[in-house]
Structures are given as C-alpha cells and as structure tokens.
Design a binder for this molecule. Structure first.
Ligand code: ACO
Length: 323
C-alpha cells in the first residue's frame, strides 16, 4: 500500500506580550531604524514568566486539531521541534502528548534549531509514507527569549517566541490535484558547529547558555545553501519556480528572504513574510507563517507551497507541499 501525507490542519500561538524595537532601544545601544533596515524586524512576542515552551506548543497543536475537527486521541505521532525545551528531559513532546490526551503512538523532540520544523516534517512524512503512523502533529515551538543575552545588541534584537503546528494524515486515496507532501530535503554540515551556537548544555557547562553567532557568515551560508536546497526540491519534482504559488521561508532576516525571492524570480506578493511582527522564532517561524497565510485565505487547497529553513549545526532543508 502506498501512502501520501496530506495536510489536515494547522494552528499557531503567540505570547501576548509584544516588545517593540523602540522598547529595546530604551535599554540597548540600538534603534528602530537600524533593526528595521538590517533585518526587517519591527517587534517580537515574548513569553510571560512561567509560560513554557510546552504551553506554546500545546496551544498551537490545539488550533491545528480544531481546524481539522480532530482530538489528541486521533494522533499517533507527535513531534516538537525546539531548541528551548521545558526541561533537559523528558522531551517537551511527551508533556504535550499528555496534555492533549493522546494515549497511543509516540512523541519525541527534534533539535535542528531553525530548521527543526522542516526536519520534523520530513520525519513525520517518512513515518506516514511507510505506514508506521496514520496521523502526525508536527510542532515548532520556541521560547528563544530565555537563551538570549539581553545585553548583546548583535543577537537579542533578532529573536522572538511563538509556536506553529501542522497536522498530517496518511492517505491511500489518489488525492484530487495531487495534494500532499511531494518531497522533503535535509542537509547538515557539522564543520560549522560553532558559527551559530548556545554556549551551554548539560554535558558541557551544566548551564543553559546564551546565543552566539557570526552573523555575517550565517547570512552568507543562508543565502547560498537555501538557494541550493530549493533548487534540489524543485528539480526532484520536475517543477520550476514558475510553478510555486507560495514561498514560505524561515524568517531570519528580511534581506535573506528577499534574496531568495529574487533568485527564484518570484513576485514579492508570493512570499509569505512575518519577520516584521514575529522576528526570528527559530523552529516556529515556518509553521507560524503557514498558519497566518492559511488563516487569512492566501494559501488555498491545491496550491504549491515551498518551504525552506536554515539554522545552527549548520542544518538546512526544504519541503514542497501541494496544500
Ligand atoms: N543595533 C545597532 N548596531 C548594531 C546592532 C544593533 N542591534 N547589532 C550590531 N550592530 C553594529 C555592530 O556592532 C557593527 O558596529 P561596528 O561597525 O561599529 O563594529 C555594525 O552594527 C555592523 O555589524 P554587522 O554585524 O556587520 O552588521 P550586519 O549588517 O552584518 O547585520 C545581522 C547583522 C543583522 C545579525 C546580520 O549579519 C544577519 O542578519 N545575519 C544573519 C544572522 C541570522 O539571521 N541569524 C539568525 C539565526 S540563524 C537563522 O535563523 C538562519
């Protein structure tokens, strides 16, 4: 039997508190003008004290379940892609599994930083295609504000908190219009481990640590490697950029997003941009952008959606979905 992963629903959650660039400029040597010009970011959401990664993940997953008319009992795979889990262990996914009343199947976390959602989508797609699961919730959730050095203007202005979730179902039917995940493409290169990292961890320092990065090198790698993986995804499906209805890129920097749109020759109106109001929410950025564009009616059933992301590791990947 051949299975195909179909998107059955999606959801998102953003913490209530919004921190504007002007607010940051009151306590840092920065300005709204610098941040907007270099990154496109105007504001970010920040989780409240006591609001955990699992809380954000659960709310996004509940939205995805509601949009599909399903409950936690219908799921048999739950993946949380996160860099900021509630605890060192167990997995945040296990907590969310319990909270959703999902009493079968399995739940685990994936750590691929900003590429985490694409990695999760690829793993879930492979579970569904092989018949090992029937319904999979893939969540990207981050409380990145907890691993920032809030006195480092070079990093703290870039990130935000949030969660997005996509619910997949295995289908054996010939779906009308070829709907479903067409392919996913993952890469990593550990030689660049230190280019973008958090300098703590249970095995090294027994502290959580804070984000450090070589911004220019990350930027250069993002532009090149994302272009390569997007090309790989299109070629694998005998498609061209002209077939793409929506590019849903990882939201790290407006200039990276614009460069990708230009390389593909896409009209800017076909690129989903949330970086201005979400900032970089790491593993949550792609599913948050998806949920926004589905929610406001831009992404419609049958349309071709191209997703891409790059993050620490380095890791990067792309996915093509007929929505
Ligand atoms: N406000 C004001 N000035 C600042 C700020 C700030 N928030 N941050 C840095 N500067 C200063 C620097 O100190 C430097 O000053 P100097 O010339 O006196 O030394 C000057 O601005 C230029 O710094 P650069 O780092 O060269 O600035 P650049 O144009 O490269 O922009 C940025 C920095 C925005 C981080 C950019 O390199 C970038 O976006 N890189 C990609 C990194 C990224 O997206 N990371 C996210 C995680 S990875 C991912 O998700 C793909």
């Amino acid at each position: 039997m051949r299975y195909r992963s179909i998107v059955a629903g999606c959801g998102s959650y953003l913490p209530e508190r919004i921190v504007t660039n002007d607010e940051l400029a009151q306590r840092l040597d920065t300005s709204d003008e610098w941040i907007v010009q270099r990154t496109g970011i105007r504001q970010r959401h920040v989780a409240a004290s006591g609001e955990l990664c699992s809380d954000l993940a659960r709310r996004a997953a509940q939205g995805a379940l509601a949009s599909a008319g399903m409950t936690g009992r219908d799921l048999d795979l739950l993946i949380v892609a996160t860099t900021t889990p509630d605890n060192t262990f167990p997995a945040t996914a296990a907590k969310v599994q319990g909270q959703l009343g999902m009493i079968q199947g399995c739940a685990f976390d994936i750590q691929a930083v900003c590429s985490g959602f694409i990695y999760g989508l690829a793993v879930a797609d492979n579970f569904l295609k092989t018949g090992q699961a029937r319904s999979a919730m893939v969540i990207g959730a981050e409380t990145f504000s907890r691993i920032l050095d809030w006195s480092d203007r070079g990093t703290c202005v870039l990130f935000g908190d949030g969660a997005g979730a996509v619910l997949l179902q295995a289908s054996t039917k010939a779906e009308p219009g070829d709907r479903g995940i067409l392919s996913t493409h993952l890469h990593s290169d550990g030689r660049d481990y230190e280019m973008l990292m958090v300098d703590g961890g249970p095995s090294s320092t027994q502290t959580t640590g804070v984000v450090h990065m070589d911004g220019r090198e990350v930027f250069r790698n993002a532009v090149n490697r994302l272009a390569e993986v997007v090309d790989e995804a299109l070629t694998a499906n005998h498609l061209t950029a002209a077939d793409v209805d929506w590019l849903v890129p990882h939201q790290a920097n407006r200039r990276i997003i614009d460069s990708m749109g230009r390389k593909l020759g896409l009209d800017p109106s076909k690129v989903v941009v949330t970086i201005d109001h979400h900032a970089n929410t790491s593993a949550a950025s792609v599913p948050l952008a998806l949920a926004e564009a589905v929610g406001d009616g831009r992404i419609k059933p049958g349309q071709l959606v191209l997703m891409e992301a790059m993050g620490g590791g380095l890791t990067w990947g792309a996915g093509l979905v007929r929505w």
